[in-house]
Design a binder for this molecule. Structure first.
Ligand SMILES: NC(=O)c1ccc[n+]([C@@H]2O[C@H](COP(=O)([O-])OP(=O)(O)OC[C@H]3O[C@@H](n4cnc5c(N)ncnc54)[C@H](OP(=O)(O)O)[C@@H]3O)[C@@H](O)[C@H]2O)c1
Length: 310
């Protein structure tokens, strides 16, 4: 197993109470992105800050800034964003810059480039190499950085091979504008093609207890020291409140959302959670899941759930 994963939980074995913010992100242990950038395995996804859905309504930007600052206070040092996370004039990148710039040295900000997105949420055609370069510079400008820590090439399901586009990002890495590369919403073939061109530090595909279609990629990533960063960790429609999650949660004095996140972290040492929320209370609850350790009985019960419903 990857030697880059290090458990630094220091013996924390449980969340303290439902929704507690007293357990910090570091309790989830660490991962070295690309073998060198340390992040706590409990991070944060910024997509839900401008609005809960592409079509709105808008969230209060002041609350987004509060959530981001609180996340960092709770030890989150891996924030996931994209220039296409916006609603009307509220953009996740702007909120991140307003909340956190100048950035702490240990903060890793990951972003995605690929297709453009229209305000209604629909995607434009995959970016060509010139458009990809422009997208990287847009992220640099919006975030107020001179380099980007981790940039994913984001595929659409209709995309074929993406070697030319990944090569463009590899060139930008060689120029010093990007530190590490990843792929997102990628097939095994697209991941393999990218790895022929340059090292891939992270894969960001969908994964949750109820959506495990990429289970083989999760295993492959762990074996190859590639971080697996699941999007839609709750499945994409809010935290599921299923009987089995609640039963396990009740045994630990936790919540179904916390059990969902703890399950993800238990699946693989290369799994880096980035749950998204616009709510300070949900943020504290989610980060506290970093300290929840599921036992064999819990995992067996949850396996029955995914075998039945997943
Ligand atoms: N690469 C890609 O294609 C892609 C696609 C989607 C997302 N992403 C990234 O992945 C991150 C995670 O995805 P996501 O945030 O969309 O995941 P999700 O599974 O859809 O979870 C977020 C939803 O759950 C709710 N929620 C969060 N914490 C909760 C809690 N403790 N209790 C109850 N409800 C809770 C949120 O609402 P509230 O705001 O009310 O808490 C929101 O509706 C995103 O932020 C983004 O950075 C990437």
């Amino acid at each position: 197993m990857a030697a880059t994963s290090e458990d630094i939980s220091g013996g924390i074995s449980e969340v303290n109470s439902k929704g507690s913010g007293s357990v910090a992100a570091a309790a989830a242990g660490q991962w070295l992105i690309g073998g060198e950038l340390p992040v706590n395995r409990m991070g944060f996804g910024a997509m839900r800050l401008p609005a809960g859905r592409w079509e709105g309504p808008a969230h209060d930007p002041a609350r987004g800034i509060e959530v981001l600052r609180r996340a960092v206070e709770l030890g989150v040092n891996h924030i996931d964003t994209a220039a296409f996370y916006f609603f009307e004039d509220i953009a996740a990148n702007d909120l991140i810059r307003k909340a956190l710039h100048p950035y702490a040295d240990e903060l890793v900000i990951a972003t995605k480039v690929g297709p453009g997105r229209l305000p209604d949420g629909s995607w434009l055609d995959p970016a060509d190499p010139a458009e990809l370069r422009a997208a990287v510079h847009r992220n640099l400008r919006e975030l107020g950085r001179d380099h980007l820590d981790l940039v994913y090439l984001r595929f659409l399901t209709t995309d074929g091979p993406g070697g030319d586009r990944f090569a463009t990002l590899a060139a930008l890495r060689d120029e010093g504008l990007i530190r590490h590369l990843g792929v997102s919403s990628a097939t095994p073939e697209q991941l393999a093609e990218a790895r022929e061109i340059a090292p891939v530090a992270a894969l960001q595909n969908r994964f949750s207890p109820l959506t495990r279609e990429h289970a083989e990629l999760v295993e492959l990533c762990a074996a190859q020291d590639i971080a697996y960063v699941p999007y839609f960790p709750f499945g994409g429609a809010g935290a599921p409140d299923l009987d089995v999650l609640r039963r396990v949660a009740d045994r630990h004095g936790a919540t179904p959302a916390q059990v969902t996140l703890a399950w993800l972290l238990a699946v693989s040492p290369a799994m880096l959670a980035i749950p998204g929320t616009s709510s300070p209370a949900h943020l504290a609850e989610n980060v506290a899941a970093a300290g929840l350790r599921l036992d064999a009985e819990d995992l067996a019960e949850l396996a029955a759930l995914v075998d039945t419903d997943g």
